[in-house]
Design a protein around this ligand. Structure first.
Ligand code: IMP
Ligand code: MG
Length: 181
């Protein structure tokens, strides 16, 4: 069985994802011209978005990765586990956190708190998807691609138990997949 058979509906198509990256890349390039941009991607969900967005950015920038996890299956545990820190010293950089999805906001408010203590010039958030229905932390994205309704989505980097990251679009996962488990 192909993994696309588990998708109930395509929510953000490949064409729309390409346009989102182009538009965000243009805005970010303009806003960070002459600054010391450091894109910080959150592993692993944001890697596909990060690599497409990166190609649309025309000003000087560096990239780095952090890894945290707070999910178990389709539910957030509410506890963020820190798994990998930055390699680049963020001192003096304008950090832009690149995230796949802003859901409860617990992960991003934790990362913001961690990075705020590192002497960066500025700290902003760019998320591909914003799912405001479950927001628990008081946090907003400075840049976002699409606001989505309250569904569990996969593809374009986003996973369910490490599967479906390789789908080229963002789709709603059929509830039968996680209800069976
Ligand atoms: P938050 O801490 O609840 O905002 O969750 C953020 C992280 O949970 C995201 O970076 C994703 O890795 C994961 N996540 C939240 N919603 C979804 C979803 O619908 N599909 C896949 N992963 C999700
Ligand atoms: Mg993530």
């Amino acid at each position: 069985m192909a993994i696309c058979d588990d998708i109930k509906e395509v929510l953000v198509s490949e064409e729309e994802l390409a346009k989102i990256c182009k538009d965000l890349g243009k805005r970010i390039s303009k806003d960070y011209e002459g600054k010391n941009l450091l894109l910080v991607s959150v592993l692993k969900g944001a890697v596909v978005f990060m690599s497409d967005l990166l190609k649309e950015i025309t000003c000087d920038c560096k990239i780095d990765f952090m890894a945290v996890s707070s999910y178990s299956g389709t539910k957030t545990t509410g506890v963020v586990k820190f798994k990998k820190d930055l390699d680049v010293n963020p001192d003096g950089h304008d950090i832009l956190i690149v995230e796949d999805i802003l859901d409860s906001g617990i992960t991003l408010s934790y990362l913001k708190k961690v990075l705020m203590d590192r002497n960066a010039n500025s700290l902003k958030i760019c998320t591909l998807l914003d799912k405001p229905a479950n927001r628990k932390a008081d946090i907003k994205a400075d840049y976002y691609g699409r606001v989505i309704p309250d569904h569990f989505v996969v593809g374009y980097g986003l996973d369910y138990d490490e599967k479906y990251r390789n789908l080229p679009y963002v789709g709603i996962l059929s509830p039968k997949v996680y209800e069976e488990n």
